[in-house]
Ligand binder design. Structure first.
Ligand code: SF4
Ligand code: SF4
Ligand code: SF4
Length: 294
């Protein structure tokens, strides 16, 4: 996969990746209680992204350093902006003033350092889920972290927009329990309108992961004004249902909500229950048995 920003490649080449946040206990990022790790950086530009500040990498311009009311941001000797988590009050001023729409509140961590955070709650969790941004921008980190987690007896899930060519990463898949894959539009034009990026690799991955028994979940965020939701759900369900013999696949149908969405894209209407139920029925008609509306 092409990496959008040179910083992403540089970040992983030294073994450390930008971690936006780690949630010790999450009940919504896969089965059971899990630690969820969110990496910074994404190669999509989804209109409905509700964490748009996780997309870009900090360019250390310094704008937010001056505006931070708590002195939680500072320039290091490397001339890059760094973050003191213990001083931060969570006011989000830094995100609001950033001219590049990103967050400076990241920590550069390698797999051992990230797992040290997981270890603190290891007895109380069933596994880890790595999300983003787009976590597959950092496949070596994922492979290393999952190898450690597996040895510790923890499950491993990837939450992805589906642009990494998974077929070329068999070692990563070998230590991954499953992938939660977004299908953001079935038709190319729809996908381009929603994300700015082609879905050719996403659909190839859906087929490959489902056939390999590694597709844990498919998800579609429902925005009726933006793309053909019926066609997307029907075709996605048809593809997934044809591989249920390889293992269960859940279809999560997610209602668009404007919370956190950039102002220019916050005008879409929230789909009503009847429309969401209709989509779930469509998925079931195609043979899906595990369908969830959230
Ligand atoms: S959220 Fe940002 S601006 Fe606010 S205290 Fe934390 S680092 Fe500073
Ligand atoms: S987060 Fe944005 S405003 Fe702050 S230093 Fe980085 S690029 Fe500049
Ligand atoms: S793939 Fe996810 S993180 Fe990236 S822009 Fe889309 S919604 Fe945001």
């Amino acid at each position: 996969m092409e990496q959008k920003e040179t910083g992403m490649a540089a970040a992983e080449s030294c073994g450390r990746v930008p971690v936006n946040k780690i949630i010790p206990f999450s009940a919504v990022d896969g089965p059971g209680n899990r630690t969820a790790i969110f990496l910074q950086g994404c190669n999509f530009d989804c209109r409905y992204c509700h964490n748009p500040e996780t997309r870009n990498l900090c360019r250390s311009c310094g704008t937010c350093v001056e505006k931070c009311p708590k002195g939680a941001l500072f320039f290091g000797e490397d001339k890059k902006v760094h973050f003191h988590p213990e001083k931060c009050c969570g006011c989000d001023t830094c995100i609001h003033v950033c001219p590049f729409g990103c967050s400076p509140r990241i920590r550069m961590m390698n797999a051992e350092e990230a797992f040290a955070e997981v270890k603190k709650q290891q007895p109380y969790i069933r596994g880890i889920t790595v999300s983003g941004g787009e976590c597959t921008l950092y496949p070596d980190f994922l492979q290393e972290l999952f190898t450690i987690a597996r040895k510790a007896g923890l499950g491993t899930l990837i939450d992805s927009n589906g642009t990494l060519n998974f077929e070329k990463y068999p070692e990563l898949l070998a230590v991954t329990d499953g992938v939660m894959l977004d299908i953001k539009g079935w038709d190319l034009e729809d996908h381009l309108r929603v994300t700015g990026v082609s879905n050719e690799m996403v659909l190839k991955n859906a087929e490959y992961l489902a056939a390999s028994g590694k597709l844990f979940e498919v998800r579609t965020v429902v925005v009726p004004e933006l793309f053909d939701c019926e066609k997307t759900v029907r075709e996605t369900a048809r593809l997934a249902a044809s591989h249920l013999a390889q293992g269960n696949i859940r279809y999560k149908i997610i209602a668009y909500r404007p919370m956190g969405v950039r102002e220019a894209y916050s005008h879409y209407r929230v789909p009503d229950k009847a429309f969401l139920n209709g989509l779930a029925d469509l998925a079931r008609q195609e043979g899906m048995t595990d369908v969830l509306i959230v």
